[in-house]
Design a protein around this ligand. Structure first.
Ligand code: TRP
Ligand code: SF4
Length: 336
């Protein structure tokens, strides 16, 4: 038990999560929590780095993310689930790390460059980029180092951030002549990328997603709108599943090999039409998500339980982060 390696990861509170999050992130976390001492957190401070003036939905967004995590099997008995702003030790470590991080390391951060570009493209001038936003990668480093984390399960888009965390950990150790901080490593897992219903990357802002929390009816309706083999116009046209990049790909995620080859045959010899194929797929999706949605609904009506889970988790996280912070403060030789 004691020498389990630690992992930590988090997400900004963007609201209700979709099946891309489920297959890309949550399912993986739920498996990892069996093997590692796990910390999963909702990055509400990170949300403020860009949305400091749009906080109307913040509470709801945090709640929805938490609901989707719990529904997907992130288990508060196995993992420490916490809210970033309820673990102030992170902010304190951030201060110390910000002192030793060269400014040009932060400016090099590719995600930050992207964000700056997006804001520029939107005709907002650079002065709208806040001081806090430039601290984004350092704050993320503080999240990670707060638990002296061994591995950080993240998607490929976050790897550069984790690399920077390694650099900062190494720099801390060099400056204060210690081996206090573990250099965290990204933990990349092979993950089937789930396309959106229009064939692009699944994403909330593209209006092409299926939410974990969608009802069975909405799920079916959305799947009905998914793109298929464009050459198959009438029902008695023979189809080609390999040109059906969304619906047929989904079949491969949701059904057994036998079922997939049955659909493949039926499509090729036109014995099954697209409407029927999608209807059956929707049933499959709804079947798989029924228990998850049921669990979500149970938590949804229990605000006090949700609060208890996040406060208990944050207390646990604070305790660990506090120990780690104390060691860092000692290494720096602060007056104590
Ligand atoms: N930057 C991550 C994202 O945008 C969220 C995040 C913040 C994070 N701190 C973290 C992820 C620490 C992993 C570890 O999704
Ligand atoms: Fe795609 Fe199914 Fe239509 Fe074939 S029958 S083109 S697999 S939706």
């Amino acid at each position: 038990m004691k020498d389990k390696k630690r992992i930590m990861s988090g997400m900004r509170p963007t609201g209700k999560l979709h099946l891309g999050h489920y297959f890309g992130v949550l399912k993986n976390w739920a498996e990892l929590q069996e093997k590692y001492e796990s910390y999963f957190f909702i990055a509400d401070w990170h949300a403020l780095t860009t949305k400091y003036n749009q906080t109307e939905d913040l509470k709801d967004n945090v709640k929805n993310v938490l609901l989707d995590w719990l529904a997907s099997g992130i288990d508060p008995e196995k993992s420490t689930i916490y809210l970033q702003s309820l673990v102030p030790q992170t902010a304190m470590l951030h201060i110390y790390l910000s002192m030793i991080t060269p400014q040009n390391w932060v400016e090099r951060d590719p995600t930050l460059k992207d964000l700056a570009k997006i804001m520029k493209d939107k005709q907002e001038n650079m002065s709208n980029l806040s001081y806090g936003l430039f601290g984004y990668p350092v704050l993320m480093t503080a999240d990670i180092l707060s638990f002296n984390t061994h591995f950080v399960p993240v998607g490929i888009d976050q790897v550069a951030h984790v690399e920077l965390s390694r650099d900062i950990a190494r720099r801390f150790n060099n400056i204060y002549k210690t081996d206090y901080f573990i250099e965290p490593q990204p933990l990349l897992t092979k993950i089937p990328l789930m396309k959106g219903l229009d064939g692009n990357k699944m994403g909330k802002s593209f209006n092409n997603d299926i939410k974990i929390s969608d009802s069975e009816e909405i799920t079916a309706k959305k799947i009905k709108s998914g793109i298929t083999d464009r050459n198959r116009i009438r029902k008695d046209d023979k189809g080609n599943p390999s040109n059906c990049e969304v619906i047929f790909d989904y079949w491969k995620i949701f059904a057994s090999e036998d079922e997939v080859s049955e659909i493949c045959e039926g499509c090729k010899n036109a014995s099954i039409g697209c409407a029927e194929c999608k209807k059956r797929l929707a049933q499959k999706v709804n079947e798989m998500f029924a228990p998850i949605r049921e669990k979500r609904a149970k938590y949804e009506n229990n605000d006090s339980l949700l609060k208890e889970i996040i406060y208990d988790g944050s207390k646990k996280a604070s305790k660990k982060a506090s120990e780690v912070l104390d060691g860092a403060v000692q290494a720096i030789k602060m007056y104590r």
